[in-house]
Design a protein around this ligand. Structure first.
Ligand code: SF4
Length: 357
């Protein structure tokens, strides 16, 4: 059960207040290169990205924002460090949210200009405090999570002085343990919606594990209203991994779930290439189905029976299960095509039923 935070509207997406945890990513193309950025955002949209952030490190990037916004279908977030005038420019350019770390903007008077402009345009601000860019005055705190939270709370109070509440918060660290502690602490002290992330989490494999552990623990506690998985990889993977984390916790659906055995010495069929091929082909499907691909008769029939569609391996063949019943035997070399054929039929049935309802 997600904690009941305040609702904040970011373009056409509402986060907080029990809404589904929204998945976001960050474009890695140069924002100044409108065409490349838009192309990348389109790929991210297709993968299910619901909010997109772009870096705004120059005047040219500010000028690119309205052109990018015109071409995309999801809310646009401008990420700004150091330059208050870029933040004001981004808000005037019509972005749906800006992300700043008020500690590196250069003074309260400059942060005030941003907050006043955001209020005037009804633009949300994410106060994004990171362990790597903490204001030096917080270095003396006893630990990083306390420093992150104290700094974040101080910035909230600053925004509230302007009667500005269109706020989203993040307290990211590259340490999973520090991030969990910081978000838990922050969640107890505020009801503004939280954007979750483990910053600079690493490569596709290592970053996925760190994000799944860190964000998974928080999400299981009901903490988090939006999330980004930060990976040193194509950002499309960030979206896919975020949904896999959410799906594994039963918080969002992202298409078919594959139950597959890790294989062992009892296996007489080559399960791994079948799983890889089916997973690849199901990547763009969004119908929630359970597909089991199992190697032998120990757990195979049970899992296959439990799934919408499944196969349990035997001697160079498998038994196909559908809706809990064994249907027929399938030679090992035909498994992928037979499974895909059955999955496609099931998806058509689901779609037809949805259309009737
Ligand atoms: S299902 Fe069978 S082959 Fe697969 S891991 Fe379990 S015992 Fe081994």
């Amino acid at each position: 059960m997600t904690k009941n935070t305040r609702q904040v509207k970011i373009g056409n997406v509402v986060i907080g207040g029990g809404n589904p945890v929204a998945v976001q990513s960050m474009a890695s193309e140069k924002t100044e290169d409108v065409r490349a950025t838009v192309e990348q955002i389109k790929r991210l949209e297709e993968a299910g990205c619901e909010l997109i952030r772009v870096a705004v490190p120059s005047r040219e990037a500010v000028e690119a924002l309205p052109k990018i916004k015109k071409e995309i279908n999801i809310p646009l977030i401008a990420d700004i460090h150091f330059h208050w005038e870029y933040a004001v420019g981004a808000i005037e350019a019509g972005v749906d949210k800006i992300r700043i770390n008020p500690g590196n903007i250069g003074g309260e008077d400059l942060v005030a200009k941003i907050v006043e402009k955001a209020k005037e345009h009804d633009t949300a601000i994410r106060i994004g405090v990171n362990s790597g860019s903490l204001h030096p005055k917080y270095y003396k705190e006893e630990d990083i999570p306390t420093a992150l939270v104290k700094s974040c709370l101080e910035y909230i109070r600053f925004c509230e002085k302007f009667d500005f509440h269109n706020i989203v918060l993040s307290v990211k660290s590259s340490s999973v343990v520090d991030s969990i502690k910081a978000y838990r602490m922050l969640s107890e002290q505020t009801d503004y919606p939280l954007h979750l992330g483990i910053t600079e989490a690493g490569s596709l494999m290592k970053g996925t594990v760190k994000s799944a552990v860190g964000l998974g623990v928080l999400l299981a506690d009901g903490i988090g209203d939006t999330m980004r998985v930060s990976l040193s990889a194509d950002p499309v993977h960030e979206v896919q991994v975020a949904y896999q984390i959410l799906q594994s916790l039963g918080l969002r659906s992202y298409g078919p779930e594959i139950i597959s055995c890790p294989t062992c010495g009892r296996c007489d069929i080559d399960v791994i290439p079948v799983v890889e091929e089916i997973e690849k082909r199901l990547m763009t499907m969004r119908t929630p189905l359970k597909v089991a691909i199992m190697g032998c008769v120990v757990n195979g029939p049970g899992e296959a029976r439990d799934a919408d569609i499944g196969i349990a391996g035997g001697k160079q063949e498998g038994v196909l299960f559908k809706g809990g019943k064994a249907i027929r035997r399938v030679p090992a070399e035909d498994m992928v095509e037979v499974l895909m054929g059955e999955i496609e039929k099931l998806i058509d049935d689901v779609k037809e039923k949805e259309a009737r309802d």
